[in-house]
Design a protein around this ligand. Structure first.
Ligand SMILES: Nc1ncnc2c1ncn2[C@@H]1O[C@H](COP(=O)(O)OP(=O)(O)OP(=O)(O)O)[C@@H](O)[C@H]1O
Ligand SMILES: [Mg+2]
Length: 280
């Protein structure tokens, strides 16, 4: 009742500055109980974070008591977190499907070669699930229930599998009753919403230097991010792109694992950050 949910970050950038500073202060206090020096932060960010958004993040970090902040594109962090050799010169196609954005990138020798941030993520897929349930079946549901439908049905391949929901919209003819819902119809609706994601990957591949194609076709597409767990997504991508698609073992944690690796072996990644003075 007296609890309000805040979302400090939306679409990979700060949406609520005060809440971000508050959160960072708490996180810093928890990480450094006996503070001597001001800590330097490493943050995984979308590839196409604008300079204004980057500035806001740096300001928030400084206000929370950090001495500086290094920004690393999240797909690069995800790959660094899992590579045997971070200096790997071969090309990799890494796609991070998050809550608010999807980052698509081709990486080689620690460099982002091409990539883009597509403003679609798991939150949008939840909204689509909410909408198809209401518009096609007259079932109104809240975010949590819609997210459960998303995680259960996703964009899988179905024949005529059905599930039941209670219709609780009194305006709908028939009032309160159970409706049978086609998984296939829900999946197809969600899939349509993912169209910009597919075309974003195709456009990125079109901009990729041809000498990296061989590596990418050999290794396939590497998925990270919580929304890469969406049922059926891996196979849909595979069929659409004609590429093998693999998912990192713990996709929700892959970016933070990479950031952790950067922090513990900072010297190894130093070169990457050299041109990026610790901001703030
Ligand atoms: N099993 C699952 N099936 C489908 N979606 C899932 C599953 N588990 C988590 N998600 C979705 O993953 C998203 C969170 O992923 P992640 O933690 O990578 O996002 P984020 O890094 O916070 O967001 P962003 O990268 O957009 O800033 C949420 O939208 C959540 O609903
Ligand atoms: Mg993310």
């Amino acid at each position: 009742q007296d609890t309000e949910m805040l979302r400090p970050v939306r679409r990979g950038a700060i949406a609520d500055y005060a809440a971000t500073v508050f959160y960072l202060k708490k996180a810093l206090a928890a990480a450094q109980r006996f503070r001597v020096l001001k800590p330097v932060l490493v943050a995984g960010v979308p590839i196409q974070l604008s300079s204004v958004e980057a500035r806001a993040l740096c300001d928030a970090a400084r206000e929370a008591g950090a001495g500086g902040i290094f920004l690393v594109p999240c797909t690069l962090a995800a790959l660094w977190g899992c590579l045997e050799d971070p200096e790997d010169p071969t090309g990799s196609l890494v796609v991070d499907v998050g809550a608010g954005v999807t980052d698509v990138s081709v990486i080689a020798s620690n460099q982002l070669i091409v990539g883009r941030t597509i403003p679609i993520g798991g939150d949008d897929i939840t909204l689509l699930a909410e909408r198809v349930m209401e518009v096609s079946y007259g079932v109104r549901m809240g975010r949590i229930e819609a997210a459960a439908v998303k995680m259960d049905v996703g964009v899988g391949y179905y024949q005529d599998e059905m599930f039941e929901k209670r219709r609780n919209d009194p305006d709908h003819k028939g009032g309160f009753n159970n409706v049978r819902i086609s998984k296939r119809q829900v999946a197809e609706f969600l899939l349509q919403g993912l169209e910009p994601l597919f075309s974003g990957i195709i456009n990125t591949l079109e901009e990729t230097p041809p000498e990296l194609f061989e590596d990418i076709f050999r290794k396939g597409l590497i998925l990270s991010g919580g929304s890469s767990l969406l049922p059926g997504l891996r196979r849909r991508l595979q069929d659409r792109l004609n590429l093998n698609v693999t998912r990192l073992p713990e996709p929700s944690l892959s970016v933070i694992q990479g950031v952790g690796r950067i922090i513990t072996r900072f010297g190894q990644f130093r070169e990457y950050f050299d041109e990026q003075m610790a901001m703030a």
